[in-house]
Write a protein that binds this ligand. Sequence first.
Ligand code: NAP
Length: 330
Amino acid sequence: MDTIDINGQGLHASRIGLGTWAIGGWKWGGTDEAESIRTIQSAPDKGVTLIDTAPVYGFGRSEEIVGKAIKQGGLRDQVVLATKCALEWDDKGGVVRNASRKRLLKEADDSLRRLQTDVIDVLQVHWPDPTVDMHETAEAMDELKQSGKIRSIGVSNFSPEQMDQFSAVVAIDVAQNPYNLFEREIDDDLLPWVRKHDTRLLGYGALCRGLLSGRMHAGREFKGDDLRNSDPKFQQPRLGQYLSAVEALEQFAHQYYDKHVLDLAIRWLLDQYDYSFALWGARTPDQLDAVTNVPGWHLDSDARTEIEKIVNAHVTDPVGPEFMAPPARD
Ligand SMILES: NC(=O)c1ccc[n+]([C@@H]2O[C@H](COP(=O)([O-])OP(=O)(O)OC[C@H]3O[C@@H](n4cnc5c(N)ncnc54)[C@H](OP(=O)(O)O)[C@@H]3O)[C@@H](O)[C@H]2O)c1
C-alpha cells in the first residue's frame, strides 16, 4: 500500500483511508457495533492506516466506535486519525454549521475523549460557516495546533476562495472534498488549488456511496434513514444511467487491466493527483478486501480519456453531491 506524508512532520498515512460515516449509523440505516469494530481493526492488517471520522457521524457514535476499536486493538501508533469539527446537532437530529472558536475548542475536547487519544492527527473544519469570520475559524484551528491537541489542520467542502481566506491565517495541510468518477466538481477549481500548494487531498465518497462498488443493483432496498433513499443519483431513471456506466466500466477494467470497476474507481482517484487519498467507506471487513487490487498499476492519460467517454456516454443527466450540504444557522 502506498503511503504519503500529511504535513511533513512525520505523519504518514496510506493513500486509501477507511471512511467511518456509515459506522456511525446516522443516514446509513443504523450500525452494528461489533462488525464495525472488526472492520476498523482489520484495516491496518490490510495496509489501511488512515481512518476518517467526524463528531456528527451518529452524533458521537462513529468516533466512539473508532476510539474503542483502536484502544482495544492497541492500534493507536499504527493509525492516523482524522476527524472533523464545526457541525452541531440538536435533540431532533437537526444539523447546522458552527465554526465559531467556542464550538471548535469544545468539539476538539469531545473528540479527544471519544477517540480515547491524547492528540488528533488531522482535524478538519467539516463545512465552511458563512456566519463566522474565516479568521476566527482559522485562528481557533491554529490555537488547537499550537496547544498540541491536533497535529495538522484540514478543511472540508471549502471553495478555493475560502481556502485562500483561511490559509492567509494558517496553512492548510489537508482538503477533504467529494471526488470520484461520477462527482468531479473539484476538477476545475479545487484540484488546481491543491496542486499549486501541494495540499493533501482526501477525496470522499470514493465509491459514490456504493454505486462504484460493482455490487449495486436497481432492486437494492435501503433501510431506515439511509441517505441513498433520497440521493438523486439513486432515483430512477437516473439510477439506470449510473448503473449502465458501472457495467461498461467493469468491462473496461476487466478487458484492459484484469480488474474490477471498484479497483478502477480507486485507482482513478489516486492517479488524478500524487498527493491524493481515497476515502472508502466500509462497514464489514470483507468490504475492504479489494484494497490489495489497487497498488502496482496506473491509468495513463489515454485510459483516463476513455473512462471519461464511457461515463459521459451513459450518464446523460448527471447530478452532483450537493444534496448532502448541511444548512447554515439562521
Ligand atoms: N467531509 C464530508 O463532508 C464527507 C461527506 C461524505 C463522506 N465523507 C467521508 O468519506 C468516507 C467515504 O464516503 P462514503 O462512506 O460516504 O461513501 P463511499 O465510500 O463512496 O461508499 C461507501 C459504501 O459503499 C459500499 N461499499 C464499500 N465497499 C464495498 C464493497 N467492497 N462491495 C460492495 N459495497 C461496498 C458500502 O455500502 P453498503 O454497506 O450499504 O453496501 C459502503 O457503506 C465517509 O465514510 C466519510 O469518512 C466525508
